[in-house]
Design a protein around this ligand. Sequence first.
Ligand SMILES: *[C@@H]1O[C@H](CO)[C@@H](O)[C@H](O)[C@H]1NC(C)=O
Ligand SMILES: *[C@@H]1O[C@H](CO)[C@@H](O)[C@H](O)[C@H]1NC(C)=O
Length: 363
Amino acid sequence: MALKSFLSSFLLAAPLALGHPGHEEAYAHRALPLERKSLAHCQTEFSAPEFVKRTVEIHGQELARLRRRLGIETRMKRHLDPRDYISVSEIDHKSGTVVYKGMDLGTLFADSGACMLTPAADLGPLYVQGEGIRKDITGGEAGIKLTLAIQVVDYTTCQTVPDAYVDVWSSNSTGIYVGVQGYPGMGDPEDASILQGTTLRGVQPTDSHGIASFDSLFPGHYQGRATHIHAIVYLGAQKLPNNTISSGRAAHIGQLYFDQSLITAADKLTPYNQNRMVITQNTQDFFFMQGANGDDPIARYALVGKDLSEGLFAWIRFGINQQANRDVDPAAWWTAKGSVMNPNGAVAKLNGGGGGVGGGWDE
Ligand SMILES: *[C@@H]1O[C@H](CO)[C@@H](O)[C@H](O)[C@H]1NC(C)=O
Ligand SMILES: *[C@@H]1O[C@H](CO)[C@@H](O)[C@H](O)[C@H]1NC(C)=O
């Protein structure tokens, strides 16, 4: 049954999938509800002085940490590159200057700006479930350091959501997702060593102000998709003794994006400039169009140092529906032995089941 219905949908998608490796996420162009919601109604809560002050403090501490790492004195006024001065400048700046005198962080963080809402984003075919709780997900790889702070809020009550777990994953600077074997165009499909990787995958809890933050790398582009980062917000998950979470409930599945100008600048730097995969611009990406349909799925950012190669700090706010419970169909599960492909996951199915680990599914 399942095989038949899968095969018919695969056959429909096959000419595209086989002709253009990398376009396989076309598999997911099934009807998704197009929700037109925004967090505009939360403006009162989000601009309340205490809310702004805490957001500024938490984001400000993260940026200060990154700047110290570069040896930059945090009190010194340095070049910062806010994405959108105009909307940010409409917010009350006072509480920001209390925290970091001279840095004007209030203008940066008072408006967490970019808002992403439920659900509007597909899980994609490359999710590995069960990754560890860790802040640094760079795996020591080369790339532009990206610290990403995600603030989770309830879109009905406009309150922050503490004690949630945010699970993120993205491609590396040369456009490869580690942890999944056999995705077309992403490494040798016969090479199982990719299953040992966890780079650019990890889980963090939200703090008392709903913020989870990761030390990651700016993702690389790959064919068929604009540069993006995936995220799931889990509610009701418990931390397990082995530093993973019980899965809980996926209340939000999202994808966040970056300014095209930032992506273009990143693609000029090593190792991004070694990535030969075809570039898809934001405005050519179906999922971006869907995500930007009434919302702003682009992260705001600031350069940590004087230029992009010294790293980025990016932030975004997710408006979630705490009642939602979305299906999660991972490509693989992370275990003590590395990733184990899900024989019924999207990638294993593309390869006829099994994804190099024996397959064999039960019809
Ligand atoms: C990206 O990941 C692939 C697979 O693990 C690896 O071969 C490649 O070297 C990585 N890119 C960088 C820049 O480390
Ligand atoms: C962590 O523990 C859970 C529950 O026992 C298990 O299912 C999972 O595979 C473990 N993960 C790792 C990476 O050891």
